[in-house]
Write a protein that binds this ligand. Structure first.
Ligand SMILES: Nc1ncnc2c1ncn2[C@@H]1O[C@H](COP(=O)(O)OP(=O)(O)OP(=O)(O)O)[C@@H](O)[C@H]1O
Ligand SMILES: [Mg+2]
Length: 235
């Protein structure tokens, strides 16, 4: 193995025996999940509704906390960070893509995409405009800067949401059913875009999906059932 191979295969996430139990009904959504994800991987997280995919993504992305176990993000134990430190890590290093896009309806395309840059507190306004335009060009939405989400199709909204997830150059993209609310043509386009970002930018992606067709785009498929990882294989 060469030095550059070693670099390329350094873990971005080391998940060890992570459990999650929800609230008053004590639903155990995750049972001791262990997984190592290395930089540059495109991992598809698959399994039936309720198996714990969203829970695992939310815990990985710091949108929710684990009940037990440890998560190392680039070697740092995120389960030991304060709420502010988790928020900062998320703002700087993670981009999240949601099933229902979650664009702010009163913000234009340009303002929605600029949001993570504002939250991370980086760049001057001219650099910010330039970065937003660059990333919207990449997803084919540069012509829609001044549009509001309601003036876009579903596929266009998801491309804007992908631009928003990428604009601050995160180390990790987490995508929860990114094609779950799209027709098959737009779904295929979004998957092709994610694949391209993974190949050309070496963007690390963890994507949850029910769909075998969508999951096949990843280069590794992790299957879950009842809060457990039941298989993990190269695609
Ligand atoms: N906030 C919550 N409070 C209580 N239980 C919850 C909560 N969120 C999720 N659960 C439960 O945790 C389990 C896992 O849910 P999760 O949303 O992670 O599944 P999923 O694999 O993403 O499903 P889907 O494919 O339908 O999105 C389910 O049994 C669900 O009912
Ligand atoms: Mg889900």
């Amino acid at each position: 193995m060469t030095f550059s191979d070693t670099q390329a295969s350094s873990p971005i996430l080391t998940i060890s025996a992570v459990g999650k139990t929800y609230g008053e009904h004590q639903v155990r959504a995750l049972h001791d999940v262990s997984l190592v994800i290395v930089k540059g991987e495109f991992v598809s997280l698959m399994g039936a509704s309720g198996c714990g995919k969203s829970t695992l993504l939310n815990v990985i992305a710091g949108l929710d906390s684990a009940s037990s176990g440890q998560i190392l993000f680039e070697g740092k134990d995120v389960t030991k960070l304060s709420d502010e430190q988790v928020t900062e890590l998320r703002a700087k290093k993670i981009g999240f893509i949601f099933q229902f896009f979650n664009l702010l309806s009163t913000f234009t395309v340009e303002e929605n995409v600029a949001l993570p840059l504002d939250l991370a507190g980086i760049l001057s306004s001219s650099e910010r405009r330039e970065r937003v335009l660059e990333i919207l060009t990449r997803v084919g939405m540069a012509e829609r800067l001044k549009f509001y989400p309601a003036q876009l199709s579903g596929g266009e909204m998801q491309r804007v949401a992908i631009a928003r997830a990428l604009v601050h150059k995160p180390e990790l993209i987490v995508a929860d059913e990114p094609t779950g609310n799209l027709d098959s043509e737009n779904g295929t386009n979004v998957l092709a875009l994610l694949k391209d970002l993974n190949k050309t930018l070496k963007q690390t992606i963890v994507m949850a999906t029910h769909s075998e067709e969508a999951g096949a785009v990843g280069d590794r498929i992790v299957r879950m059932k009842d809060g457990l990882v039941i298989s993990d294989s190269k695609n």
